[in-house]
Design a protein around this ligand. Structure first.
Ligand SMILES: [Zn+2]
Length: 319
């Protein structure tokens, strides 16, 4: 049973995952890319006995297609889950619960909200390998008055939150990114965050006016350059951290366009969503499977090895 091809557009997606049965087949193909293997006796033949449940033809051991995934015991149709995960991984704007509710024709907003919440949790758990090589770091404020940024009036009247943005330089392009809400600016906090997200020995670029003094001591090669003033930047002077600046601009744009501002408590979750989509923009299938928890040992992101995976299973059990 070869792993089914991943749809490259919405029409293909809707055709491929039009029914509950089609979704179940996909789950089975992800779980057993080389065909069914009974986890108890190793037998290779099984049949479906119930919704999302297979039984070994030899020892009668039953296996749930959704065990260990975000879909386990859900009352929501798989077709809904698949569509929500697909939108979340492929639509650059991201999706709101309201959009999901409308697109799926759900009666209850809460159903859509809960689905998105679970999918976002999978995104939080997906960040693992620290950035390395050449990394740009920049801090910024989200949710306060932001001079020079379009739509800033929508951000006013909210308490601004400081965040740290880190971007890998791959030649002149962005590699992977990280975005973290900063609880404060103490050296201890900053160092802990650097160490969690950037591999030791990396070369870190910052703008010289900021207090990134602890970087060298934390084991990085720190290159601080003086950033041109804002008016010069607007006239085309090049930023010393251009990739980080672009990531921040894209983030701001996305937060305003999709969510009309985000509360302080929720901000990290949205940052994780933005980062998840950015870091997997070239692997939509892996992103889709990661979100639904369908990754097998063959893919780069096996579900059980995802940091915090246990935490997620607990959450799912409660929902
Ligand atoms: Zn068996």
């Amino acid at each position: 049973m070869p792993r089914p091809p991943f749809p490259t557009n919405v029409r293909q997606f809707q055709r491929q995952f039009a029914t509950e049965e089609a979704c179940q087949e996909y789950l089975a193909a992800c779980r057993w890319p080389d065909g069914f293997v009974c986890p108890r006796c190793g037998h290779r033949r099984a049949y479906a006995v119930a919704k999302r449940r297979w039984q070994c033809a030899e020892c009668r051991h039953q296996v749930s297609l959704t065990a260990g995934t975000i879909l386990h015991n859900t009352k929501t149709p798989l077709t809904h889950w698949f569509w929500a995960a697909y939108l979340m991984t492929t639509d650059k704007r991201g999706v709101s619960a309201l959009l999901i509710q409308r697109q799926l024709g759900l009666h209850r907003y809460e159903t859509a909200w809960l689905m998105l919440h679970k999918l976002r949790r999978a995104m939080v758990n997906a960040a693992r390998e620290p950035l390395h090589g050449e990394v740009e770091i920049e801090d910024t404020w989200i949710g306060g008055p932001q001079p020079g940024i379009k739509g800033s009036r929508q951000l006013k009247d909210r308490r601004a939150v400081p965040i740290l943005v880190a971007v890998e330089r791959r030649d002149d392009r962005s590699g992977r990114i990280r975005m973290v809400v900063l609880p404060n600016f103490t050296a201890m906090t900053m160092t802990a965050i650097f160490k969690e997200h950037i591999a030791p020995g990396s070369t870190v670029y910052t703008d010289g006016l900021k207090g990134f003094a602890g970087l060298q001591a934390a084991g990085y090669r720190h290159i601080a350059l003086k950033q041109p003033v804002r008016s010069a930047l607007r006239k085309g002077a090049s930023s010393v951290v251009p990739l980080a600046d672009r990531a921040i601009g894209n983030l701001q744009h996305w937060l305003i366009g999709t969510y009309h501002g985000v509360s302080r408590g929720q901000l990290q979750v949205y940052l994780d969503e933005f980062v998840f989509r950015h870091n997997r923009r070239k692997q939509p299938m892996a992103a889709f499977q990661t979100l639904l928890g369908l990754s097998t040992g063959r893919t780069p992101t096996p579900y059980r090895r995802i940091r915090g995976g246990r935490d997620m299973l607990k959450l799912l059990a409660e929902a």
